[in-house]
Structures are given as C-alpha cells and as structure tokens.
Design a protein around this ligand. Sequence first.
Ligand code: DGI
Ligand code: FE
Ligand code: FE
Length: 191
Amino acid sequence: MKKLRRAMEKRQDSKRFEHTLGVEYTAAALAMRYGCDVQDAQIAGLLHDCAKCLTDEKRLSICRKRRIPITAVEKKNPFLLHAKVGAYLAQKKYGIKNQDILNAIRSHTTGRRNMSTLEKIVFIADYIEPGRTHAPNLAEVRQLAFVDLDKAFLRILEDTLDYLNDTGGDIDPMTEETWNYYRGGGNHLPQ
Ligand code: DGI
Ligand code: FE
Ligand code: FE
C-alpha cells in the first residue's frame, strides 16, 4: 500500500495526488460501512486515476499497442480512456490481480451494468472525496452515500448526465447505458 502511494505521489501532480488520497480514504470508509474489503477499496482508490497524468497521445498509443478498443467518443475525448488504461496499468505495472479492483478502476468514470459493491464505492468516492468542491448537491450526496449506496450512485449518475447536457459534453454510450440500466432498478433487467 505504501509503495503504491509513493508511486502515485511520484507520478501525479500534487492536486491529483491529494484527490487520490481523498478517494483512498473515502473508499475505505464506504467499504467499512458496506462490508467490503477495506484494503481492496484502498488499493482501487489509490490506483483509480493512475493513468490520469499521462498525455492523451500516450493513452491513445497504449490502447493501440495493447489492442484496447477505442470508441468514437473516447477518440474525441481521450481523457475518458484514463479509466481503461488505468485498469491496464494497474494490472501490468502495479501487479494487481484482483479482477474486482481492476473492474472498479475501469468503470470509475462511466460506470457499467452489474457493478459490484466495490465498483460503486470507488465511483462514489471519486465524486464525494473531501477535495471535491464543484459538484452540485455535494453535501446531500455525501450524506446519502453512507445511508444508501445505490441511491447515491444513481444520484451521481443523474447529476453527471445533467452536467454533460448543460455543458454540451459528449455522453459516452457507456454512461448512458449505466444510467438506463440502473434507473430501472438495475440487476433485474436482461443483459
Ligand atoms: O478523473 P476524475 O476527474 O477524478 O473523475 P472521473 O474519472 O469521474 O472524470 C470526471 C469527469 O468525467 C467529469 O467531468 C465528468 C466526466 N464524464 C463522466 N462521464 C462522462 C464524462 N465526460 C464525457 N464527455 N462523457 C461521459 O459520458
Ligand atoms: Fe478518473
Ligand atoms: Fe478520480
């Protein structure tokens, strides 16, 4: 854990590293609340943005070289690739073998169908960690996260989609799919 923390400190600028630590601690707290493995949550939190401080070019070139598929929206907004590339680096560079941790890194920006508790925890921790200040309804979502994980998750998805609609950001089909899946209650819909 210390080694991973030091690696992130070295590779991320100080603001991003502060965020990384915030996600680590917040994910750990949520894991305690929801009976998840606390250490897994810390590792996923520490590594979730490990590909954030690469250039877009670097992210694109890693995807091409490693045959990680790039969608049209990702091609236009290569920052979105930091989640997929992050999962790749977590495995190859940082030696993480736990698929749940790798999935949590991969799904932390757009979500996906059938997310595990750990995946939701990292997604939520990323949004509510103490260093975040700009998201709407932050105080409410922070409280909700410790009361009802699924409600908090839906609320964040909804606010993110509203934000993207307001700012004209391209919506990743995966974000849309996650929303359509979970707004219907999730889990019971056919794949
Ligand atoms: O990497 P972080 O900044 O810590 O957080 P993140 O990986 O959740 O990325 C946050 C940004 O991603 C936020 O500005 C909203 C944006 N985002 C989430 N879903 C989508 C998206 N941006 C686009 N263009 N499309 C999406 O579907
Ligand atoms: Fe991120
Ligand atoms: Fe993040």
